[in-house]
Design a protein around this ligand. Structure first.
Ligand code: NAP
Ligand code: MG
Length: 400
């Protein structure tokens, strides 16, 4: 059979540890046999980031702006232990943070629902899509340790020299402070991404912050969402029969648990980080969630929502068999290939992406699955397989 041809390359961002191992197997078993893959390869593995002083991460984000679609493997965000383990020159920043700072935008995460894996929250019959603002707040924060008594102030000096000043705290003892920011434009594009995605998928948008406590910072998010909605989306939402609903963050978590799903939950950057892991786990597994960063200019970066699965990697290094779930990484590939196909008007590529996802879901529904799913499935005949055999089982289906 002739392989599917591509016209424009994908930006391929390789990563670390167990997901790097899966990345290669996925390419060998599920991509190369079917597609004449055109990709511009960037090695975001920690060793190479260290060698290039992290320039490779910036280059890969810039390439995403050039080509429009990227697929990313999970990567290590170094901490003190990693600096030692990899003998790093510096504690390099989170690659996802760096890429998101270049591309701006919103990350959409939705559970991959399969028969036999029931959500822990039994009334969640439909997927909940998290829309995570991918710019600013604590991820672009600056922090200080306060060594002892003294006054901490928040100062803004305008270009014209005008100064705004607030006292943060009059310290009588050691402590900590933090400064963070966001940009009105980024918040506006976050709102627009959510409302556009809602119209595309015919789902309502729920948004929540802590505006009662954070009367300027969070309140600005609330105000911008409201303005953008009233101005450009209200009529379209009415026509589509969907709604925009705003409430407080603590109220929304209670409503989410009581709901049936089927809406987009817009979250500020930190809320989205925390809540997407909660949601993924509650729907079954961290590895059963898709994740895509959509920039305001329409660039797309597909990734898995989980990390590099370090514990499994060390077992793999010891020569032990692993049963790591590759579904989210496979869906990162299928998502990127589908989007590439849509942008290039390449029907074969779009069809392949659909078939790859179907083969993956059918494999699990036929009872072949990795350890994390075997532990929670309602299928009494389910069979646990190792990391590689799971991908091979998908390949057999895809070939059939
Ligand atoms: P993790 O890699 O997501 O793994 C945490 C645990 O969740 C695993 O030990 C495993 O549980 C389970 N798990 C996650 N993904 C799984 C999969 N595909 N299949 C089966 N089980 C899975 O998080 P972490 O261990 O906290 O972080 C490891 C590294 O990943 C860190 O260096 C962190 O910086 C990085 N990270 C990267 C990203 C990203 O690039 N997007 C996101 C988060 C974290 P069991 O061990 O119980 O089987
Ligand atoms: Mg996270």
């Amino acid at each position: 059979m002739a392989k599917i041809q591509m016209t424009t390359p994908l930006v391929e961002m390789d990563g670390d540890e167990m997901t790097r191992v899966l990345w290669q197997i996925i390419k060998d078993e599920l991509i190369y046999p079917f597609i004449d893959l055109k990709s511009e390869y960037y090695d975001l593995g920690l060793e190479h980031r260290n060698e290039t002083n992290d320039q490779v991460t910036i280059d890969s984000a810039e390439a995403t702006k050039k080509y429009g679609v990227a697929v990313k493997c999970a990567t290590i965000t170094p901490n003190a232990a990693r600096v030692k383990e990899y003998n790093l020159k510096e504690m390099w920043k989170s690659p996802n943070g760096t890429i998101r700072a270049v591309l701006d935008g919103t990350v959409f995460r939705a559970p991959i629902i399969v028969k036999g894996i029931e959500p822990y929250v039994k009334n969640w019959t439909k997927p909940i899509t998290i829309a995570r603002h991918a710019y600013g707040d604590v991820y672009k924060g600056v922090e200080m340790k306060v060594p002892g008594p003294g006054k901490a102030e928040l100062v803004f000096t305008g270009e014209d020299g005008t100064v705004q000043k607030e006292t943060i705290y009059d310290f009588k003892e050691p402590g900590i402070i933090q400064g963070m920011h966001n940009r009105s434009k980024s918040i506006e594009s976050f709102a627009r991404s959510c409302f556009n995605y809602a119209l595309d998928t015919k789902q309502s948008v729920w948004f929540a912050t802590k505006d009662t406590i954070s009367k300027k910072y969070d309140h600005t998010f609330k105000d911008i969402f409201r303005e953008v909605f009233e101005k450009d989306y209200k009529e379209k939402f009415d026509a589509a029969g969907i709604e925009y609903f705003y409430t407080l963050i603590d109220d929304v978590v209670a409503r989410v648990i009581r709901s049936n799903g089927g809406y987009i939950w817009a979250c500020k950057n930190y809320d989205g980080d925390v809540m997407s892991d909660m949601l993924a786990t509650a729907y079954g597994s961290l590895a059963m969630m898709t994740s895509v960063l959509v920039s305001p200019e329409g660039y797309y970066e597909y990734e898995a929502a989980h990390g590099t699965v370090q514990r499994h990697y060390y077992q793999h290094l010891e020569g032990k068999e692993t049963s790591t779930n590759s579904v989210a990484t496979i869906f990162a590939w299928s998502g990127a290939l589908r989007k590439r196909g849509q942008l290039d008007d390449n029907k074969e590529l779009v069809e392949f992406a659909n078939k790859l996802e179907k083969a993956t879901i059918d494999t699990i529904e036929s009872g072949i699955m990795t350890k994390d799913l075997k532990a929670i499935t309602t299928d009494p005949n389910a069979k646990q397989v190792n990391s590689k055999d799971f991908i091979k089982a998908i390949r057999s289906r895809l070939e059939a």
